[in-house]
Design a protein around this ligand. Sequence first.
Ligand code: HEM
Ligand SMILES: *[C@@H]1O[C@H](CO)[C@@H](O)[C@H](O)[C@H]1NC(C)=O
Ligand SMILES: *[C@@H]1O[C@H](CO)[C@@H](O)[C@H](O)[C@H]1NC(C)=O
Ligand SMILES: *[C@@H]1O[C@H](CO)[C@@H](O)[C@H](O)[C@H]1NC(C)=O
Ligand SMILES: *[C@@H]1O[C@H](CO)[C@@H](O)[C@H](O)[C@H]1NC(C)=O
Ligand SMILES: *[C@@H]1O[C@H](CO)[C@@H](O)[C@H](O)[C@H]1NC(C)=O
Ligand SMILES: *[C@@H]1O[C@H](CO)[C@@H](O)[C@H](O)[C@H]1NC(C)=O
Length: 260
Amino acid sequence: MRLIFLPVTLSIALAAAIEPLDSHPWQAPGPNDFRGPCPMLNTLSNHQFLPHDGRNITKDKVISAMGSALNFNESLAALMFQMAIVANPSKNATFFTLEQLQVHGVLEHDASLSRSDAFFGNNYVFNESIFNETKLYWTGETLDANMLANSKVARQISSKAFNPNYTFTPTVESFSLGEVSAPIIAFGDMQAATVRRDLVEYFFENERFPTELGWSTRTEVVNIDAILRLSEIIGNASSLITSSEAVVSTRRRDLHAGIY
Ligand code: HEM
Ligand SMILES: *[C@@H]1O[C@H](CO)[C@@H](O)[C@H](O)[C@H]1NC(C)=O
Ligand SMILES: *[C@@H]1O[C@H](CO)[C@@H](O)[C@H](O)[C@H]1NC(C)=O
Ligand SMILES: *[C@@H]1O[C@H](CO)[C@@H](O)[C@H](O)[C@H]1NC(C)=O
Ligand SMILES: *[C@@H]1O[C@H](CO)[C@@H](O)[C@H](O)[C@H]1NC(C)=O
Ligand SMILES: *[C@@H]1O[C@H](CO)[C@@H](O)[C@H](O)[C@H]1NC(C)=O
Ligand SMILES: *[C@@H]1O[C@H](CO)[C@@H](O)[C@H](O)[C@H]1NC(C)=O
């Protein structure tokens, strides 16, 4: 998720209608279809909310895809498109392609949850060994902000330790916080800042909406304030400093419950 320091100037009244997933069956990408480093845009293309070939992604298409599949507010989707359009190097571009998102250092960055750093090779295709590293920190059946934040920090330490070209600017940090909270926004409980682990793993591993696991589009509109709030929660959970109280992970708590 790309966020977002532009002033919100648009205020569009109509929310896009949610479309049933039945009318958007999943179809694997073919050899000439573009895909990129964003598991959500890939998923939207796989379900044909966005063009299946991964090309000509215009503002209108982003608004309607994010509205109908995720119940995103139109102005939020428009803002995200505005953030994304830098990916197309043409002047005054009106669309981007999923291939353009692959370029390292524009929007794509190091220490992703499911992609390798560009320094080591392919930086946009799902990478099982990287995602295995991430999942080590997803220690409960329900992911909370601490687990998501821990996986983010761990991927950064891994990159900082082993990638001599590791780059992670303050701008990347703000994007990264949006991306790490994105699973909660798409599939989780935004108020509690939690999300079922099985839904998130299925999504990353298949680039497919987890309808067969019981997920459906949320009925509440997703607004920018919810996204900013969740980014802040993940940011706070990324700190390695605690108060005097211990931070007890879910698994530890379960263990205690079992023992005592
Ligand atoms: C116009 C809209 C969007 C654009 C242009 C976009 C673009 C990107 C890009 C370039 C990355 C790669 C960053 C990296 O190097 O890790 C990324 C990652 C990601 N995006 Fe999106 N994104 C958009 C919307 C969304 C939405 C709506 C969601 C879900 C609610 C989402 C979920 C994610 C997640 C979870 C990642 C992290 C993947 C990882 O760390 O392996 N994105 N996005
Ligand atoms: C969409 O977002 C705009 C700008 O933040 C806001 O004014 C509007 O009320 C929102 N619409 C809905 C349906 O939440
Ligand atoms: C991109 O999509 C728009 C809207 O559907 C269409 O008008 C335009 O011709 C398309 N452009 C290309 C290059 O396919
Ligand atoms: C881009 O838009 C600006 C402002 O509208 C215009 O002056 C310029 O000629 C456009 N450039 C191209 C290459 O179309
Ligand atoms: C996955 O990432 C690792 C570490 O960056 C890399 O060594 C490996 O070649 C990648 N695997 C694939 C299939 O690209
Ligand atoms: C290496 O780091 C520089 C500076 O951040 C960046 O411009 C370049 O794209 C990086 N290259 C790779 C392969 O990571
Ligand atoms: C990822 O973890 C699974 C389960 O532990 C293992 O079977 C698989 O070989 C691992 N994949 C890679 C590429 O390390």
